[in-house]
Design a protein around this ligand. Structure first.
Ligand code: ADP
Length: 474
């Protein structure tokens, strides 16, 4: 099949979260199954264009706000998958950020991502690539589903099936309604059945309504989206559209995340030979400025936002330190969460460390060097870090929501791989930490649990086959 795959982020070129990892790994996995997959993503200012070649002639699109000329640049192939970068200086190239800069979100994100959606379709036409499937991801590219049905219905793209994957429904791309006129969207679409959401235009709602098929990044997330607690206001719509919704668990890119071959680690290890993990733990302590110790090391990694249960982690840190544990944190996000970690690191020097920022190498070392991994998310569509932690022998302590529930089996079961708790409270997390500390006291049990986690198969092939089935379904 010919697949046109649109994403606002593709690792390692641009990344703010798990979407980027998926947008790099899934297209390659689909290409390995024999499909012709072409990824289109913006060339933000931070993406180095050297080595890229124009894939077509420049193309000018006409919008009510004016004309925009862009160029499609082809990156040298990665595997058998083609990655194309949309070059448009004003909207993307002259800006370093993906969604915003130091002053917050860019004010013209509606234009920027509407342009991405439409330009990707028009460039496909220009180069004569007729997709069987146009695969969209989150609100940023969702508008292409509307464009295909309303703007391209009499073109060779008319028969393309649109699949929209929901990676995180908390971000919906809602804009003031004048964006309808600016973008040239017909006003008859501005109804509560279609694009309107509380008098604003919602790109995600547009995609959910117009896409032929929807996927969510884990089976549990697909169910949660249809509930008032987990639907982020879209539950009614998703119950209406549930006949076209499938949950498919993300895979792990094992070219990048495999402790047996990971070049970012000081020593390598595997389920068969876990001995190198100790050296990683020592290195993590050194790099993070933690004292060398025999106690357990708890790792934390990821965005510091309301989603991730940061306040629960910060509440249990003093208790963990009292019990002889250490905590290594890497991430960035909301200022008050960052400050909370800084205060804990200042209060417990050598026992609690925090690195604010984005650091790929340190992220790998946190996974490899930690004994336990804390991820008490309020909600978690799929979550990658808990899968990395399983593979890297850091026993995950997770809240039983979304993809966390689909990937971690509680210690209470014979095939346990981690600690699962349910209530969103510091007490419940503390109870889970107590169970982890009991596991720590029993080295044979710990080795067993770890080995099971490290032996999990999270390869992308299974997910790619599930997407293939969605692409092919009538
Ligand atoms: P989300 O997509 O909600 O942010 P995921 O767990 O699905 O969470 O994916 C997060 C991805 O971003 C993982 O690949 C993780 O390793 C990476 N990541 C998050 N924060 C950082 C950071 N500060 N430095 C390096 N990598 C990070």
């Amino acid at each position: 099949m010919n697949v046109l795959f649109l994403s606002s982020e593709v690792a390692p070129f641009s990344k703010t979260g798990g979407l980027a990892d998926v947008a790099f790994a899934l297209p390659r996995a689909l290409a390995r199954l024999g499909h012709d997959v072409r990824v289109v993503t913006p060339r933000y200012g931070g993406v180095d264009p050297r080595g890229m070649q124009p894939a077509t002639a420049p193309l000018t699109l006409h919008f009510p706000f004016g004309d925009l000329t862009g160029l499609l640049l082809e990156h040298p192939p990665v595997g058998s998958c083609r990655i194309r970068f949309l070059e448009q200086a004003e909207l993307f190239g002259n800006r370093p950020g993906v969604y915003g800069g130091v002053h917050g979100e860019y004010g013209d994100n509606a234009l920027r991502f509407a342009y991405l959606a439409v330009a990707a379709l028009s460039f496909a036409q220009l180069e004569g690539f007729v997709p069987d499937v146009v695969h969209l991801n989150d609100w940023q590219t969702a508008l292409a589903a509307v464009a295909l049905k309303r703007g391209y219905f009499s073109t060779e793209l008319a028969d393309a099936r649109t699949v929209l994957t929901l990676h995180n429904a908390a971000y919906q791309g809602k804009f003031e309604k004048h964006a309808m006129s600016e973008l040239g969207l017909p006003w008859d679409l501005f109804t509560s059945e279609l694009l309107e959401d509380h008098d604003r235009v919602s790109f995600l709602k547009a995609g959910i309504t117009f896409a032929d098929a929807l996927t969510a990044v884990s089976p549990t997330f697909a169910r949660e989206l249809q509930t008032p607690e987990g639907g982020h206001g879209l539950d009614g719509l998703l119950r209406r559209e549930k006949h076209k919704l499938t949950g498919i668990l993300n895979g792990v890119d094992t070219d990048t995340w495999d402790p047996a071959i990971d070049p970012l680690l000081p020593a390598r290890f595997s389920a068969d030979d876990p001995s190198g993990k100790d050296e990683c733990t020592r290195a993590l302590r050194d790099v993070a400025g933690l004292r060398q110790s025999d106690g357990p090391l708890f790792g934390v990694l990821g965005r510091m936002t309301d989603q991730k249960g940061v306040e629960l982690i910060q509440a249990v840190v003093p208790g963990l330190v009292d019990r002889g544990a250490q905590v290594a944190v890497l991430g960035s996000g909301d200022r008050h969460f960052e400050d909370g970690y800084r205060a804990l690191a200042a209060r417990y020097p050598g026992r609690v460390s925090v690195r604010i920022g984005f650091d790929e190498a340190l992220a790998h070392l946190v996974e490899a060097g930690s004994d336990f991994f804390l991820m008490p998310s309020r909600f978690e569509p799929c979550g990658l870090n808990q899968m990395y932690s399983l593979l890297y022998g850091a026993v995950p302590i997770v809240r039983g929501v979304g993809g966390l529930l689909d990937t971690v089996v509680d210690l209470g079961a014979d095939d346990g791989t981690g600690v699962v708790f349910h209530e969103f409270s510091a007490d419940a997390l503390w109870g889970a930490c107590g169970r982890a500390l009991a596991l720590w006291q029993d080295p044979a049990w710990l080795a067993d649990v770890r080995e099971r986690g490290m032996s999990q198969d999270f390869g992308w092939e299974k997910a790619a086959r599930a997407y293939e089935a969605v692409y092919a379904s009538p």
